[in-house]
Design a protein around this ligand. Structure first.
Ligand SMILES: [Zn+2]
Length: 63
């Protein structure tokens, strides 16, 4: 049973050990179980930054 790493950008299955996608050349994240969790954490961080930015703009922009 060989492990493969799906590309985050084009969903191509790449052999484990490759550092770049063989199809689109984008860097692959190392295949670890915590991979998906880390991406989710980053996403929620980005979401909060955008949410805070929206709140600031709501008060900053004159109506
Ligand atoms: Zn790719």
């Amino acid at each position: 049973m060989s492990e493969s790493t799906p590309c985050l950008y084009c969903q191509t299955e790449n052999e484990a050990g490759l550092s770049d996608c063989k199809n689109c050349g984008m860097p692959l994240a190392p295949s670890h179980p915590g991979n998906r969790k880390r991406g989710l954490k980053f996403f929620s961080k980005a979401f909060w930054l955008i949410a805070i930015f929206c709140v600031i703009m709501m008060f900053y922009l004159p109506r």
